[in-house]
Design a binder for this molecule. Structure first.
Ligand SMILES: Nc1ncnc2c1ncn2[C@@H]1O[C@H](COP(=O)(O)OP(=O)(O)OP(=O)(O)O)[C@@H](O)[C@H]1O
Ligand SMILES: O=C(O)C1=C[C@@H](O)[C@@H](O)[C@H](O)C1
Ligand SMILES: [Mg+2]
Length: 209
């Protein structure tokens, strides 16, 4: 899927007396985002549970772009779930695969890319994201994240005797790095529509003069 919204041909009906329905403000905003994004993808970063996957898919659909998730791409390429990759090969193997996969996804033109929570923390992966995309940090506070990640046990880094302490430590280490993203959007528990609108509005503020 590629965005089709184009609003540069306002004169197309001249001489025919046709009336085009007025584009919604969201559609005008999406078209402006796509114009200013150029060939770059939008890359979502942030902690486990921030909503990169769930909101990324919805943001892509809102903008008329394709969506890809680096965690899913890594799992497909490895033929293994992420906890199994960590268990069998270790975290540095995973980070190396993640670096390659994210590099490939960034080169794929305008789209929305959800990354794993540690991708932007890896220096080489972060450099690739910063140079080749518009990066967006979905930021959430501890209570929100803990409530969300508790629901599933598929995050190997939180399989520790003290997941709350581990999440706090990771947040302390990572938040100054996530803050280097081009755009920051706070995630609270809200409707998905509200969150997509907040993401698109923040991206437009950054991109559209
Ligand atoms: N704004 C929101 N309001 C309410 N629930 C949300 C919101 N954003 C995400 N969630 C919920 O939080 C959970 C985690 O979301 P998601 O899997 O997208 O996180 P993630 O950032 O991709 O995490 P990971 O880095 O582990 O892949 C999901 O159950 C999702 O429905
Ligand atoms: O925050 C992290 O380091 C991770 C987040 C997940 O998306 C996966 O990429 C993996 O579980 C590691
Ligand atoms: Mg995810």
């Amino acid at each position: 899927m590629r965005a089709t919204a184009q609003f540069g041909d306002e004169d197309a009906d001249h001489g025919r007396g046709g009336h085009r329905p007025e584009a919604s403000p969201q559609a005008v905003r999406s078209a402006a985002i796509l114009r200013h994004l150029g060939p770059r993808p939008i890359v979502l970063t942030g902690m486990m549970g921030a909503g990169k996957t769930v909101m990324g898919r919805r943001l892509a659909s809102h903008l008329g772009l394709d969506f890809v998730d680096s965690d899913v791409e890594i799992e497909t390429a490895a033929g293994m779930a992420i906890p199994d990759i960590f268990a069998r090969h270790g975290e540095s193997f995973f980070r190396d695969r993640e670096n390659r996969v994210v590099g490939r996804l960034i080169g794929g033109g305008p789209r929305v890319v959800a990354t794993g929570g540690g991708a932007f923390i890896h220096p080489a992966t972060r450099a690739a994201i910063k140079s080749g995309s518009l990066s967006v940090w979905i930021k959430a506070d501890f209570d929100v994240l803990m409530r969300r990640v508790r629901k599933r046990s598929n995050r190997p880094l939180l399989r520790t005797p003290d997941p709350e302490g581990t999440l706090k430590r990771l947040m302390a280490e990572r938040y100054p790095v996530y803050a280097e993203a081009d755009v920051t959007v706070e995630s609270r528990d809200c409707s998905h529509d509200v969150m997509v609108d907040a993401l698109a509005a923040a991206i437009a503020r950054r991109l559209v003069p």
